[in-house]
Design a protein around this ligand. Structure first.
Ligand code: MN
Length: 316
């Protein structure tokens, strides 16, 4: 089976339609299909962009009909947690100003509608990871030990039932760390007094890291994210462990999540990130056309420039 793996979409339906067209998918009876291939979505369908319903209208029929597979992103996880009351008051994801702002585009489109709960139930059926034999898919980090532990206690399908959701929203429980690593990756604290502003202008004291990279010895070398931020990261030697075991001869793993920029290319011979910041001006929606190869090839990325911004600018 050949797969087209597609990165974080974040409410950019027009760009998604353009990319599906470029990849040779056509809409038949409301479902985009390819005659011989399947799509695989890396999660983060929602938040940020202008087409919160449009994206779901495209991806859900594809996934429900088997034209596509998908994993859950941290934004779908957060959406479920935001809407789930905690016993004793409040919600699994707090309704504070930061969380509300990050989720506002989605809430505006869905919160007070008849199909809101039903969509969240659908999100909850998206697996946290997919092992397709010759390739693996997870939103941010393939942590084999975390996956094995969740599979053993909660089921091999990797789905977020109520008990796993509860544990994953309880700091201190192993499930919290495990789900966080799969959906948000590894983060390490910067040395004391070091901080930087991320692309949203939020001050960060932690960095997302190249979790497979044994060669990265400094914070800057281990940093995984937008290249415009690299110089803001200290070049000090890393104090502590940033690694998750992923052997260079293991099968390819595809991830999203990291807001990369520039020209898409593999991060390692068997690791590719397909999140090239479609929700940022100048960003791209990126796919990788996989045909069974063990060694990933830079020529097999397909990038669609973010169309929504062009349209908005034209209208303005
Ligand atoms: Mn993400």
């Amino acid at each position: 089976m050949s797969y087209d793996i597609i990165g974080d979409i974040h409410g950019h339906a027009r760009t998604l339609e353009a990319l599906l067209g470029t990849l040779g998918y056509a809409e038949v009876d409301g479902v985009y299909r390819h005659p011989t291939r399947r799509a695989v979505f890396l999660g983060d369908f929602i938040d940020r962009g202008p087409a919160q319903r449009g994206v779901i209208r495209i991806v859900r029929p594809m996934i429900d009909s088997g034209s596509a597979l998908a994993v859950m992103g941290n934004h779908e996880f957060n959406a479920i947690a935001y809407a789930t009351p905690r016993a004793g008051g409040g919600y699994f994801r707090e309704h504070d100003a930061h969380n509300y702002q990050q989720h506002k585009a989605f809430l505006d489109a869905w919160e007070y509608t008849a199909d809101y709960r039903e969509l969240l139930d659908w999100f909850a059926r998206l697996p946290l990871w997919l092992d397709l034999g010759g390739l693996r898919v997870v939103h941010a980090c393939w942590d084999g030990a975390a996956i094995e532990r969740i599979a053993r206690f909660y089921g091999r399908d990797g789905r977020l039932g109520n008990s796993l959701l509860y544990a994953a929203c309880s700091p201190g429980k192993w499930e919290y760390k495990a789900v966080e690593t799969l959906l948000k990756g590894k983060e390490i604290p910067l040395p004391v007094h070091h901080r930087f502003e991320d692309v949203d202008g939020i001050v960060r004291h932690h960095i997302r890291v190249r979790w497979w990279d044994r060669g990265a010895r400094s914070y800057r070398a281990a940093f995984l994210g937008s290249e415009q931020l690299v110089t803001a990261i200290p070049d000090d030697r890393i104090d502590g462990d940033h690694l998750v075991e992923y052997a260079h001869d293991d099968v390819p793993v595809f991830i999203g999540h990291y807001w990369l920029g520039g020209t898409p290319a593999p991060l390692a011979g068997n690791i590719a990130c397909l999140d090239y910041s479609v929700a940022r001006p100048g960003g791209q929606l990126v796919a990788y056309r996989w045909d069974g190869e063990r060694e990933l090839d830079a020529r097999k990325f397909v990038a669609e420039p973010a169309l929504e911004f062009t349209l908005t600018e034209t209208l303005a």
